[in-house]
Design a binder for this molecule. Structure first.
Ligand SMILES: Cc1cc2nc3c(=O)[nH]c(=O)nc-3n(C[C@H](O)[C@H](O)[C@H](O)COP(=O)(O)OP(=O)(O)OC[C@H]3O[C@@H](n4cnc5c(N)ncnc54)[C@H](O)[C@@H]3O)c2cc1C
Length: 421
């Protein structure tokens, strides 16, 4: 069957199927319907509900994007997909996302770290907006209709098998089923000739059992840097000590950039923490010299660095065997060397990971080499598009993952609509 056959009214329609009712799928379906009102758009969702991740995202507030409006700068927040997204952001970037949601009645706000949320601080606002738009545009949302098979026809169309339904034919399809780790669709996509990059978790906290941080859960250092030993690239930002070890932006960033290294080492490796990344090692040494000279009578336990919370400082003193009641003038060389090392290059053993409650994603998915980012169409199969987390792209925390879903969904939707924007 093709678009020119006229054996039934529906067969003449431009039919588009979207697989997956998440952020990417909804945006692809809505975009197709917006840009081509005569298209018949069907969205297949395997679950009983759509937009489940949007609902739980950002601690229930939905961090929908980030106030970074320079495509080149924005692309740097993606450990995988940076190059491809950089060009894609010229077509749809955070500014477009914000304007689109505002036009749809969702006011947004920016927090001091650049994360953007609906002013309601409720993810339900985003869910309602996307649902409302889809309904208004006539997108047919089919729940509990998991896709079980996809087959190209000789005429350039696509046949789709879904749970409990007869086979149906479409002109275009968009795969937006989210992380391929949980869907089991990887085999099906490989069967269509696509390579799947290995699927491993990203954005996780570290399990670290160590006396230096024991009992300090809840304590945060505003700027720390952390890297994998021996030669990893440091990532910096706030670091939070938790009951299980370490979390916070610096740790999550490292987990994202080094997602594959962590997986290869089965989440068992050593990291180096610099609690004073804005200080050079020599400056710390000089600070100690100055304290010995000018404040020789003061006790070492008194707070020395603004950046280091008192309880962490005491813990580091105890780790290097320095008595807190010691005076600076009596601090031995070994104690001082130990402290400098602990402050600027403390070694910690990571033994396992904990899922970050705020946001986690899968690293890996459909290889980007085989997708044309101008249309999100497969380079192997015409009429097959991809959007969202099923692709081998992912960002650090901060709204970047949803932005990738909106961008790729929009580009796929526009291409499937078959009209220019
Ligand atoms: C707890 C949590 C909080 C998060 N918070 C944020 C945040 O605040 N900001 C941010 O940017 N990112 C956040 N993320 C990441 C973000 O949720 C994802 O990047 C985003 O949801 C990916 O969208 P998607 O549409 O590609 O996939 P999904 O949202 O996973 O949607 C895929 C959909 O496809 C359906 N599906 C699967 N298989 C089939 C099938 N065979 N047939 C039909 N349907 C199928 C699934 O049921 C699902 O509904 C968070 C993630 C988690 C887990």
């Amino acid at each position: 069957m093709n678009a020119s056959s006229n054996d039934s009214a529906s067969s003449t329609k431009h039919r588009v199927a979207v697989i997956g009712g998440g952020a990417a799928g909804f945006f692809a379906a809505i975009s197709t319907a917006e840009l081509n009102p005569s298209a018949e758009v069907v969205l297949f969702e395997s679950g009983k509900k759509v937009l489940r991740k949007v609902k739980v995202s950002g601690g229930g507030r939905c961090n929908l994007t980030h106030s970074c409006f320079e495509p080149a700068e924005l692309a740097k927040r993606y450990p995988r997909g940076s190059k491809e997204l950089r060009s894609a952001f010229h077509h749809w970037q955070p500014r477009d996302t914000i304007e689109w949601f505002e036009e749809a009645g969702v006011e947004t706000k920016t927090e001091s770290d650049g994360r953007m949320f609906p002013v309601t601080d409720s993810s339900q606002t985003i869910v309602d907006c996307l649902w409302g738009k889809a309904r208004k545009l006539g997108v047919e949302v089919r729940l509990e209709r998991g896709i079980t098979g996809i087959e190209p026809t000789d005429e350039g169309r696509w046949l789709i098998d879904s749970r409990n339904e007869r086979r149906e034919s479409f002109d275009k399809i968009c795969m937006a089923a989210g992380s391929l780790k949980s869907t089991g669709l990887d085999g099906l996509i490989e069967g269509l000739g696509h390579r799947i990059e290995p699927l491993v978790p990203s954005l996780f906290a570290f399990n670290v059992k160590d006396p230096r941080i024991a009992g300090l859960a809840g304590l945060a250092v505003q700027e720390a840097s952390v890297r994998i030993l021996p030669k990893g690239k440091p990532q910096s930002g706030p670091l939070l000590i938790t009951h299980r070890g370490m979390s916070g932006p610096a740790i999550l960033k490292l987990s994202a950039w080094e997602a594959r290294t962590f997986a290869e080492h089965d989440y068992d490796l050593e990291v180096e923490v610099n609690w004073l990344p804005e200080w050079k090692r020599q400056q710390v040494v000089e600070k100690f010299e100055e304290l010995r000279k000018r404040k020789g009578d003061s006790l070492v336990k008194s707070k020395v660095f603004e950046e280091i919370p008192r309880r962490l400082w005491e813990s580091l003193l105890s780790a290097v065997g320095v008595q807190p009641e010691n005076q600076w003038a009596r601090l031995k060389k070994a104690g001082e060397d130990g402290l400098v090392k602990e402050l600027t290059a403390g070694r910690f053993a990571v033994k396992g990971k904990t899922t970050n409650k705020e946001e986690f994603v899968t690293c890996g998915g459909v290889s980007l080499k085989e997708v044309d980012f101008r249309t999100m169409e497969s380079k192997q199969r015409k009429g097959l598009h991809f959007a969202g987390e099923c692709l081998d792209l992912d960002g650090i925390t901060g709204g970047f993952n949803f932005q990738a879903a909106w961008t790729t969904g929009r580009i796929a939707g526009r291409a499937m609509a078959g009209v220019g924007e």
